[in-house]
Design a protein around this ligand. Sequence first.
Ligand code: TYD
Ligand code: MG
Length: 454
Amino acid sequence: MAGARSKSVWFCTSCGNEYSKWMGKCPSCGEWNTMTEKEVVTGKKAPIAVSVPGAGHKPMPLKDVSTGSEDRLSLGSAEVDRLLGGGIVKGSLVLMGGEPGIGKSTLSLQLPLRSPGLKTLYVSGEESVKQVKMRADRLGGDSSGCLIYSETDMNAIIEEAQEVAPDLLIVDSVQTMYCQQVDSTAGSVSQIKEVAATLLRFAKGSGIPVILIGHITKEGTIAGPKILEHIVDVVLQFEGENRGAYRVLRSIKNRFGSTSELAVFEMTGTGLREVENPSEMLIPMHEEGLSGTAICAMLDGNRPFLFEVQALVSSAVYGTAQRSATGFDVRRLNMLLAVLERRAGFKLGQKDVFLNMAGGLRITDPACDLAVICSVLSSNFDYCIPADTCFAGEVGLSGEIRPVSQAGRRAVEAARLGFKRIFVSSYTHFDTKPSGIEVVKVSDIPSLVRALFK
Ligand code: TYD
Ligand code: MG
């Protein structure tokens, strides 16, 4: 090729960033000895040509722009449709992120299998056509509308997608795809950006919605979905402990709907099952009471649901007490334990404290604080909290219990599930008084302890 030269670049195998020289430690992700050398051919090439319809190319007065209602397609999952705001918007680019093994490929293949009328092009850069077929057989459903394509070259993918003109394009995964126009290996930051930008142009130009899958490593953010969040229209994120059967899909960005919506799935032998009523799955029905458990009335996005917080407090075997939390921020746990110690006089400094959120959920709602404190106290005193009691309150550094958003909706959901009492902050304001449930208002930890462990 005229003008093309080859040169060496170094890229980090951990985060994918590129450098012109070797370094012992990657300045971006801080990992040691991860640099690998790669020959690349340089020389400017045009980006992949994507035909874009002529309309809308000239500036036009805002008042003349007709919006109509967004054209949406229903996918094979009521929960995914709901997360997206009522189906996928035509011409939109949706990023589905999550750790490896969490179920991204399973869910994205399940969508076309459960909606046979939908003509889908499923591009896999990770698995062969045979492997995808085996997975599809396991998932069941109707595969008549689904075309499988095992490819990693974006030029070929865009060409095929333009020819096939499917209703939906799924690309699994962004880390395995490459554009010849970019001089670096698949998975590097510049490739990831170019792949996403190409798919965005394709989606906008053709009106075909695209679901793009992206891996997030355990550490969370590096080289991948995070750098794409501002490019794509919607970000759905898969969460959940790999050991647990439950998976939570969260919408963390949505240009066409509300965010922080959440859907719960259960991984079964035949794929992901939608859990329509998460509360019923996440509150185990104990025959007799168990100490160390407390039920939290939490809200994720717009949906209230209840789940169990479990704590185990025991005397520290080693010199320093251990604190561990699954599904909850361990720093927040330490803060709550310090509040219990300093503001309410509970001596927990020499105790090991283990905390667990039911179903492998990862909880960020501050309303969970109260249930965390109650489960810790319950385990510490070996006192069972009545099974018909739940909690919704944030705890401040001075030990005060603060109101939480939409307390009324939480109480209504608790009452619907048969709870008889809900503990909230004294400062809680209810738009409508919840009926069928006793509201116990507490202002600080001592008043909580008096009301609960009386
Ligand atoms: P996968 O969807 O490939 O995850 P990702 O694409 O996010 O890396 O795999 C999810 C896990 O679920 C995998 O360990 C195998 C398991 N699994 C089931 O339990 N049941 C099933 O029906 C399928 C297809 C997978
Ligand atoms: Mg996969």
